[in-house]
Write a protein that binds this ligand. Structure first.
Ligand code: UDX
Ligand code: UDX
Length: 486
């Protein structure tokens, strides 16, 4: 048994059939019919969903890619031996959440799943000799120097075949996929980063990985760098993105005070090529599974390196994001003179952004949490996000509180905008779904309590139009319409 296959086909193994693992493996398999791709997950239910030939989550364009390679050169399995056997490149695609307990709680990344996967690979090779070197690839976001930790885990396990210690390498190849546009990010990435050691085996494996990208995306730009650099690049990129959103959100507050429109301000500022126009949209605060988590991991890293000012600097970006969610809820409460008790509030969109059903770290969670504290009822409409998933995320986000039956019963999910707005006192638009731009708000207005409020936290609607219809309209980054108190 060895890592070299007799048929000349290279075998790539993905551990984790979640969003990152499922997407990346399917993409590579659809572009490389002469190689084999095996995806393993400890979650048998998830594997069986994939094996029904359907994508278990919502990501545009992925099903079509799956159709091209499913069970031809792409296989999903919960059988570890079958997945690992004869593999040469092992991609670790498991989640790395923020630690919820112990040292580093609330900031440090929990890499126990990444370690567990490495241990699985190490155990697998502890009973067989490696002939052709293997690569263990950090696809998941990890803190710098994790490669050393994984390397020693693999090395320690090779007691029966000590020569295996010279036949592997840990590579870093972070994913930069944004949900909803991940297929575009895979098919035309700005760049691919591969971090590797300078020894010949690492360099050979790194070239092999670069070749996989080159055959998948002709002309792709690959940046080869040291492993620590690549690991840090992922944290740094997400922290810089988070910083841009928090900067835009802080300016939105200034705009509201001055009566300046933040979208126009962003257009002026973003037209400076040094700044750039992307990622400057003010909103309810950034969410998703990566930005907040990676930003906090950078804060923790800085602290652990004794760089307190650096930690404080990045922590302020996080604080601004927390403030953004809180100030939206406070604005609503203030407009109702501090009394939301028994009132119905509509939340339009609970997904962390449009075109995804994902609610992980969604700003809607904090906004709803603050409002529920005021005793109101929440009526939600989201075109894709499901109540079960949202409630799970809501519960996992509570640090010192628990999800009570009472809270659970005060959040209802409706099937349409009309139902979610029926008898409601206020609408808070939290996710920028296109559907909300095409809605007939005149009809919606008729079924609401009078006079209804409309808080557009994404700034995607015409505030003055809403105001003409009869809403007390607030647009984030601009403020209330003048007719509010008429
Ligand atoms: C995650 C992280 O959010 C991201 O930061 C990182 O860059 C990549 O991994 P995602 O793919 O969205 O992204 O996570 P998730 O959808 O939760 O998938 C992880 C999968 O790994 C799950 O299906 C889980 O069952 C599986 N897993 C986890 C294993 O197979 N083995 C383990 O030991 C742990
Ligand atoms: C992000 C990164 O883009 C990706 O490279 C990384 O690998 C994972 O994290 P994702 O979380 O899917 O991807 O979403 P993204 O589109 O980047 O948005 C993150 C959050 O920032 C969302 O809540 C979004 O609404 C918010 N955002 C983004 C803004 O509020 N304004 C903007 O201008 C851009």
């Amino acid at each position: 048994m060895e890592a070299e296959r007799q048929d000349g086909r290279t075998k790539y193994v993905f551990i984790g059939a979640g969003w990152v693992g499922g997407l990346t493996s399917t993409f590579f398999a659809s572009r490389n019919p002469n190689s084999d791709f095996f995806v393993y997950d400890i979650n048998k239910e998830l594997i069986s969903k994939w094996n029904q030939h359907t994508v278990p989550f919502f990501e545009e364009g992925l099903q079509e890619m799956l159709d091209q390679c499913f069970n031809k050169n792409l296989f999903f399995t919960d059988d570890k031996e079958r997945a690992f056997e004869g593999g040469q490149y092992y991609f670790i695609c498991v989640h790395t959440p923020t630690k919820s307990k112990g040292i580093g709680k609330g900031e440090m990344q929990d890499i126990k799943f990444v370690e567990a996967c490495t241990r699985d690979i190490a155990t697998f090779y502890s009973t067989r000799s490696i002939t052709k070197p293997i690569a263990i690839i950090e696809k998941s976001t990890v803190s710098p120097r994790t490669c050393d930790n994984l390397s020693s885990i693999f090395r320690e396990a090779q007691t029966t075949f000590p020569e295996n210690r010279q036949k592997f390498s840990i590579l870093s190849n972070p994913e930069f996929l944004a949900e909803g546009v991940a297929v575009r990010d895979l098919t035309s990435p700005d760049r691919v980063i591969i971090g590797a050691g300078s020894d010949p085996i690492s360099q050979t494996l790194s070239s092999g990985l670069a070749a996989l990208y080159a055959s998948s995306v002709p002309g792709v730009r690959v940046i080869n760098t040291a492993t620590y650099t690549s690991e840090l690049a992922k944290l740094a990129a997400n922290a810089m993105l988070a910083q841009r959103v928090s900067s835009a959100n802080s300016l939105a507050l200034v705009c509201e005070r001055l009566g300046v429109d933040v979208t126009q301000l962003a257009a002026c500022v973003g037209s400076d090529a040094r700044i750039g126009e992307r990622y400057l949209a003010a909103g309810p605060g950034f969410g998703g599974s990566c930005l907040e988590k990676d930003l906090l991991a950078l804060v923790y890293l800085a602290k652990s390196l004794g760089l307190d000012e650096v930690a404080e600097y990045w922590r302020a970006v996080y604080t601004m994001n927390q403030h953004q969610k809180r100030r939206i809820a406070e604005l609503v409460v203030r407009e109702f003179y501090g009394n939301l008790s028994g009132k119905k509030i509509t939340i339009l969109g609970v997904a962390f952004k449009k075109n995804t059903s994902d609610c992980r770290s969604s700003p809607s969670i904090d906004i709803i949490r603050y409002l529920l504290d005021e005793g109101c009822l929440i009526q939600v409409y989201d075109p894709q996000a499901k109540r079960d998933h949202f409630m799970r995320e809501y519960a996992s986000y509570l640090v010192d509180e628990i999800l009570t039956e009472d809270i659970f019963s005060r959040i209802t999910f409706e099937k349409s905008i009309a139902e979610a707005c029926q008898d409601s006192h206020a609408i808070i638009l939290v996710t920028e779904w296109d559907e909300f731009k095409q809605t007939d708000w005149v009809n919606v207005h008729k079924s609401m309590q009078k006079p209804p409020y409309f808080f557009d936290t994404r700034g995607i609607l015409d505030r003055d139009e809403l105001s003409k219809i009869g809403f007390k309209a607030f647009k984030l980054g601009l403020g209330f319409s003048e007719s509010k108190h008429n």
